[in-house]
Write a protein that binds this ligand. Structure first.
Ligand code: PRP
Length: 180
């Protein structure tokens, strides 16, 4: 039984997300024409976004997955990024686009960008669905951004609270009950 409740304060509806994803897919298709990019999804949160995004990308491309973790089940970034599962292919000479669900402190992306740069891709850019407005962002340049949101914990559309709520078709604010 699910005893942790249900988020109700919608930050982005399914319809709004679909519109954003369509726009991003069109921009990527235009910019990467003839470059056969590899889109790298950061698991687990980025998987829903990637699945929808690639169906809006009309040019040939590959997909890859990188599993990293920084929250460790908490609602605040731990500041320590770990690679749990690495890419299955070399990205040397490839045009790489990292597909990320949410940029909070930016520490995850800062770390991943440094790691992937060492593998000599032809280019390396980031597409993020959400960026939180926080006091001290890491300043990672995002080539593509879906939407800026207030600095609050959000779940749904791949984003979780202790592995829950990833399945929700919308994105909602969530304040965990510390007694549960
Ligand atoms: C979350 C989120 C981003 C990252 C953002 O992942 O999906 O990858 O944290 O935080 P940052 O900008 O402060 O680094 P999480 O570590 O929770 O793993 P998950 O995707 O498996 O849920």
């Amino acid at each position: 039984m699910n005893t942790i409740g249900k988020p109700t304060t919608v930050v982005l509806s399914a319809e709004e997300i679909a519109g954003i994803v369509a726009r991003l897919g069109a921009e990527i298709s235009r910019d990467y024409e003839g470059r056969h990019p590899v889109l790298i999804s950061l698991l687990k949160g980025g998987v829903i976004f990637l699945a929808d995004l690639i169906r809006q990308v009309t040019i040939p491309h590959h997909i890859e997955f990188l599993q990293v973790s920084s929250y460790n089940g908490s609602t605040a970034s731990s500041g320590r990024v770990k690679i749990l599962n690495d890419l299955q292919v070399s990205i040397e000479g490839r045009h790489v686009l990292i597909v990320e669900d949410v940029v909070d402190t930016g520490m995850t992306l800062a770390y991943i960008v440094e790691v992937l740069k060492l593998r000599n891709p032809a280019s390396l850019e980031i597409c993020a669905l959400l960026r939180k407005r926080i006091a001290s962002p890491a300043g990672i340049p995002l080539r593509y951004l879906g939407r800026e949101i207030p600095d609050q914990f959000v779940v749904g559309y791949g984003l979780d609270y202790r592995e829950n709520f990833r399945h929700l078709p919308f994105i909602a604010a969530w304040e965990p009950d510390p007694t549960r």
